[in-house]
Every structure is written in structure tokens, then in C-alpha cells.
Design a protein around this ligand. Structure first.
Ligand SMILES: Nc1nc2c(ncn2[C@@H]2O[C@H](COP(=O)(O)OP(=O)(O)OP(=O)(O)O)[C@@H](O)[C@H]2O)c(=O)[nH]1
Length: 653
């Protein structure tokens, strides 16, 4: 993992007061959400003093509520759906957005930055709903702030950062992060991560932000939450880049984006609809936040074009070309080679020798221009004169930082056996050398060795690609298996296993934040009679329909699981006993009023519900469930079709 920023330096930057920071109401919201005993009413009162934030918060909450549910319309409801950590980072993100729409850094496109950050926020929210590495609400804010370090560099060093961005745009082979390291002795990733940590964002979220723009340096354990977050951030960035790219450029970006989504185990069709939804929401949010957006890319068409392209590459008609290029040493192999030498007659001699060996030859006299030719040609072999004035070391070093340059076989041409020059070439990244005057036989041997290395490397690449593909497929089937293991096959709602995991999670969160937690046991009344009277199949249909009715009658944050034959557990986070009793009554009413269509007889069902709320004295989640069970027993005893609790509702005077 890249090292974090030097904290002494960060404190100095903070002390100067130029780092982007939240203002106004956002500060009050952030402070309040950090207080352990903040009441929702107090927080809602502060939030309401900023109408713009109210709108954004409600919109964010509705993004998390399933489409078939009632929309969130009040601040209180939004707070319940989002939870305090998400509200805090959202206040932060939106406050920065309002106050840093413009700035002094001329080369930094503030509008594009926020548009891209918004895309990352929406992509992160959508992706984690599939991959479930963190709650979707936290992911939104993380996406919004993932590149805040760039805004900070633009604010701290407007002139220098502007120059740096221009240089990076002129020479794409020079990575912006390297330029930042040279110019400021830190990168925007390091600075952004330090800012997030300073704002109280937990390290499990900050560390992925530190790494995602150099994912190859991330060393999180395979399958860990951080590793998953890095992948989601990388893909979100790719989605943002594609949405903001000119139309002609989009097709070029599509294959890489599809590969990334494959690695996350997202089937192509799903991923395309996910991107379409993100682009739609981007437009809506753009209007709300007054951020410029572009026309949504035609994701479906881009994906189809990519598919037909990859089929064409793999088709047998093209196999001949592929195997020709893939042949070990055969004459006529069109492997591209780039010659870089100042002397025209020498270049011509080398060209003749190389063409004789069947290479496709490109040449360049000047080292500084050779980098552009190399990017165009993407040679497999480079033959470079190491003796002229314009030494090859910077070129070779720059090439080695690129993906294709790392696989390049580099052969240097020297005047004489000069150890110092040889060492310099090797240190820069050369693979082999040949002395002047060039002897055709010696060059042929060198080329043969070079070609062999290139071929082996290609085979390795192919194998690696196959492995990656295999790993992606495996992760898809693992995810499906995992989902299947947690889902009740008859009703499609979460099963007992899921319920056990989830209640433990909610129990821990409620204990940590001293927040209320209630559960309900829902038991169907006289279900055996339905089975006995109409048969098991009718019983199954009734079970499916009642599950769906109960699920539809719950709030977005409540979870219903089938824990037994005709028994369900409902988990209600952030809910006290009196609210849970109200909720249970709503369920009872929904079941009672329902006429179940079975294709044969119409059936009516009622439910008995037991409700319990967590108390600090309870030892574990089991005790809570037992108490709800006791309530269900009391409801049955009382004659069924009613709601009971073994606890007493505390009323405040
Ligand atoms: N059709 C169907 N029936 C099931 C399934 N799982 C359990 N059952 C039946 O559900 C019934 C539950 O019966 P009981 O526990 O006596 O409950 P009840 O008839 O609802 O009676 P009370 O709870 O006392 O009101 C049994 O007949 C089970 O065979 C299932 O997946 N499908």
C-alpha cells in the first residue's frame, strides 16, 4: 500500500487554513452527528435550516428505498434510512460542493470534477448494493469525496497544479500521480485520504481511497472489504470517465470497463442496466445540484459493439494472423519493432536486417519523439542507439512505466564494451545489448532471443487473462451460491441463516451507538388447516403471497426473514417498542385484509405477532428473540390475529 501522507506536513497545511473544509450548517451537522447522544429531532431541526441540504438528503434516502416502496418525504425518515455516519459525510460532501464550485486554479475544471465525483458517488452506491462491501449510503459519500485530494491541490497550489495538469495532458505517458509526487512531495490520493481521516471517516473506508488510483499497490487480503471497495472505486472511476468522454472515445474505454465489472462478478446485462440507471440518476442529481452533465452514453450499443469486436478477434478467420504473430521464430512474423537511432544510414542498415527477419519495422531519429511513436506503434521490440548525444535512459525509463512498455524487449546498440554505459542501460531497464559494427549474424541471434522472450511473455499474458476470466466466473458462481444459501427457496426472502447473521450485526450496531432495536416474530394462524383442507401446493402459494404482502407492508430499513415453516422474523433497526408495535399492527392488518388467490380456492389468513425491544440488560440477540417469541405465544393464547409484547411500553410524560 502507498505510504500515507506525513502527518506533520498535513497538520501544517491544515493550520494555514487553505484546505477545503465544510462551512455553515454542515459544520453544525457534522458536530452533532459526532455526539453520542444526539437526538434525531435535534439533528432534523438543524438540517431543516438548510433547505438545499434537506432536498439532497431526501433524494439520497430515496435512492436507497426499493422502487415499490413508499417514497421518503421527511427529514426524519431520511435520517432513519441513511443513518448518522452517512448523513455526516453527505453534509461534508455537499458543503464542499456548494463552496468549491469555482476556484483560482485555472487548469482545473471544477465543473467536470464535481460532475465526475457525482458519477462516482452514484456508481459506488449502485455497485455496493450488488457487492455489499459497505452500506450503500456510506458508499455514496465515499464516491463523492474519493478524489477530494485533487480539489485540495487545486486550492492549495492553484498555479503549480494548473501547470502540472497541462503537462499531464500534453504527455499522457507521464502519470499525474508521479508529477504530483515530484512537484508537491505528495499525491492527491494521499492528501485526500488524510482529509477524510481528519473528518472522522473510518480507516476501512479511507485506505481504499488511498490506493484505488494505483490498485496494483494495494495489498489488502483477497476477498476483504477493503479489496472489494478498491475494485468498486476503480470501476466507479471508469464509469465516470466513460460518461464524461467524447462519444468517439467511449468505445475505446468500454472493454476495460467491462473487464472490471466482470472481475466484480456482475453479469454483462445487469451491468449495462446498472450503468443506464446511474446515468439517469446523474441527470436528476445534476439538476438538483446545478452540476453540468452530458448525454448518457449508449451503454447497450457500446457493449454489443465490444462483444462483436472480441468475437471477431477470436474467430477462426483471424486465427491465421494470430498464430502467425504467435509463431515462435517463423519468417514473415509481423512483430512490430521500433528502431531509435540518430544516424539515417545506420537506421536503413538495421531496417534491412530486421525486415529480412520478418519484422514490421518503424523508425525514429530522436529519442524525445520516440515515446510518441512507441505509443502509436506499441512495438514488441525496441532497438535503440545508446551512444549519441540524446541518451536513451529517459526514454527507456518512461516506457517501462507503461503497460506495454513493461513487456517490451529492449536491445541497446553500443559503440564499445563500455561498462559504465552498459550499467546505465541495464539500470534504465534494457534487456540486452549489441556492439558496433553490427554483425548480421550476431544481430540475428539477439533478435531470436528477444523474439523468444516476447513470445513467452505473450503466452504468460494469455494465461493470466484466462485465469482472470476464470476467477471472475468463479466469483459469479460463488456469489450466486452465497445468495442461494441465504435465500428461502419457496418465498425468495432471506432465510434463517441470513436472519442469524443480520440480527447479530444489528445487535452490535445498536449496542455501539445506543440506538433502539426491535424484532417481531410473525406466526401464521391455523396454517395447518389450509394444508389439510386444500393440499400442500395451495399452502405453498399462500406462503409466497403472505411473505410478499408482509414485505411490502414494512419500511425500507426493516428486514423480514422466513425462519421456520410458517414463522417469520422481522428485524427493525432504530425502532423502539411503541414504533415496532405500530409496525406489527400494520402487518397484522395487511394480512387480515388479504384474500389469497391460489388458482383454486380463495384463502384467508391471519397472523399472530410477538414484539420485543432490546434492553441494555439483555445478554444477547437470542434473549431478544426469545422475548418476541414469548409475545407471539401470548398472542396465540389471546385468540390469534393480534399483536402482543411481553414488555411494557415506556411512555414519556
Ligand atoms: N405448504 C407448506 N406447509 C408448510 C411448509 N412448512 C411448514 N408447513 C406446515 O405449516 C404447518 C404449521 O402448523 P402449526 O405449527 O400447527 O401451526 P398452525 O396450524 O398455523 O397453528 P397455530 O400456529 O397454532 O395457529 C404444518 O402443517 C406444516 O406442515 C411449507 O413449506 N409449505
Amino acid at each position: 500500500m502507498p505510504p500515507p501522507i506525513d502527518m506533520k506536513r498535513f497538520e501544517q497545511l491544515k493550520a494555514v487554513g487553505d484546505l477545503p473544509s465544510p462551512r455553515g450548517v454542515a459544520i453544525a451537522i457534522i458536530r452533532l452527528t459526532q455526539t453520542a447522544d444526539v437526538s434525531m429531532a435535534e439533528l432534523a431541526r438543524v438540517i431543516k435550516s438548510d433547505p438545499a441540504f434537506v432536498g439532497r438528503l431526501i433524494k439520497a434516502a430515496n435512492g436507497l428505498v426499493a422502487e415499490n416502496r413508499r417514497a421518503v418525504v421527511s427529514v426524519q425518515e431520511a435520517l432513519m434510512v441513511l443513518g448518522l455516519p452517512a448523513v455526516r459525510t453527505m453534509a461534508l460532501g455537499f458543503s464542499l460542493l456548494s463552496n468549491y464550485r469555482k476556484g483560482a486554479c485555472e487548469g482545473f475544471d471544477y465543473g467536470r470534477f464535481w460532475s465526475s465525483s457525482l458519477l462516482m458517488a452514484l456508481s459506488m452506491q449502485a455497485l455496493v448494493q450488488r457487492v455489499r462491501v459497505v452500506p450503500a449510503d456510506e458508499a455514496f459519500s465515499l464516491g463523492l469525496l474519493a478524489r477530494v485530494g485533487e480539489l485540495a491541490l487545486a486550492t492549495l497550489y492553484p498555479a503549480d497544479f494548473s501547470r502540472l495538469l497541462k503537462e499531464a495532458a500534453r504527455s499522457p505517458q507521464l502519470r499525474q500521480l508521479d508529477l504530483e509526487q515530484t512537484a508537491f512531495a505528495m499525491t492527491h490520493c494521499e492528501l485526500g485520504a488524510a482529509m477524510l481521516a481528519d473528518w472522522g471517516v473510518p480507516s476501512q473506508l479511507v485506505n481504499p481511497v488511498l490506493c484505488f488510483e494505483r490498485p496494483e499497490q494495494a495489498d489488502f487480503a483477497e476477498g476483504s472489504r477493503e479489496a472489494g471497495l478498491v475494485q468498486c472505486l476503480v470501476l466507479s472511476r471508469a464509469i465516470a470517465q466513460l460518461c464524461l468522454a467524447p462519444e468517439l472515445e467511449q468505445a475505446r474505454l468500454m472493454p476495460a470497463m467491462l473487464r472490471l465489472s466482470g472481475r466484480l462478478g456482475l453479469p454483462r446485462g445487469d451491468f449495462v442496466s446498472l450503468c443506464e440507471r446511474i446515468a439517469r440518476e446523474w441527470g436528476d442529481w445534476g439538476k438538483l445540484l446545478q452540476i453540468g452533465t452530458a448525454r448518457a452514453p449508449a451503454f447497450g450499443a457500446l457493449c454489443a459493439a465490444e462483444e462483436s469486436e472480441s468475437k471477431a478477434v477470436a474467430s477462426p478467420e483471424n486465427g491465421a494472423t494470430a498464430s502467425k504473430e504467435g509463431g515462435a521464430t517463423g519468417q514473415g512474423d509481423e512483430m512490430p519493432v521500433l528502431i531509435v537511432a540518430a544516424d539515417a544510414s545506420e537506421r536503413a542498415r538495421m531496417r534491412a536486417l530486421l525486415e529480412e527477419s520478418g519484422f514490421s519495422v518503424h523508425e525514429q531519429a530522436d529519442c524525445t519523439q520516440a515515446i510518441e511513436s512507441a505509443i502509436d506503434v506499441q512495438p514488441r521490440l525496441l532497438l535503440i542507439d545508446w551512444s549519441g548525444e540524446n541518451c536513451g535512459a529517459p526514454l527507456v525509463r518512461a516506457l517501462r512505466t507503461t503497460r506495454f512498455g513493461r513487456a517490451l524487449h529492449i536491445l541497446v546498440l553500443l559503440d564499445a564494451d563500455d561498462d559504465a554505459l552498459l550499467e546505465e542501460a541495464a539500470a534504465a531497464g534494457a534487456d540486452d545489448f549489441i556492439l558496433r559494427p553490427i554483425r548480421p549474424a550476431a544481430l540475428a541471434v539477439r533478435l531470436k532471443a528477444g523474439r523468444r522472450t516476447v513470445m513467452l511473455q505473450r503466452e504468460l499474458e494469455r494465461e493470466r487473462e484466462e485465469l482472470r476470466h476464470f476467477a471472475a466466473e468463479l466469483s459469479i458462481s460463488n456469489r450466486r451460491l452465497q445468495e442461494a444459501a441465504m435465500t428461502d427457496a419457496l418465498t425468495g426472502i432471506p432465510n434463517r441463516r441470513f436472519a442469524i447473521d443480520r440480527i447479530q450485526m444489528e445487535w452490535a450496531a445498536a449496542a455501539r451507538h445506543s440506538r433502539p432495536l426491535s424484532v417481531m416474530i410473525v406466526d401464521l394462524d391455523g396454517f395447518k388447516e389450509i394444508n389439510d383442507a386444500h393440499g400442500h401446493d395451495v399452502g405453498d402459494i399462500a406462503l409466497r403471497q403472505i411473505s410478499s404482502t408482509l414485505r411490502g407492508a414494512l419500511r425500507a430499513q426493516d428486514v423480514i426473514c422466513r425462519t421456520g415453516g410458517d414463522e417469520f422474523l422481522v428485524i427493525c433497526p432504530d425502532t423502539d417498542l411503541s414504533a415496532a408495535l405500530g409496525c406489527a399492527e400494520r402487518l397484522r392488518d395487511a394480512a387480515h385484509g388479504m384474500l389469497i388467490e391460489t388458482g383454486g380456492p380463495r384463502v384467508r389468513l391471519t397472523i399472530s405477532v410477538g414484539v420485543a425491544m432490546r434492553e441494555p440488560s439483555m445478554a444477547s440477540a437470542d434473549a431478544l428473540i426469545k422475548l418476541a417469541d414469548r409475545g407471539a405465544f401470548l398472542a396465540k393464547e389471546r385468540g390469534r390475529n393480534c399483536v402482543m409484547s411481553a414488555q411494557v411500553v415506556q411512555t414519556t410524560a
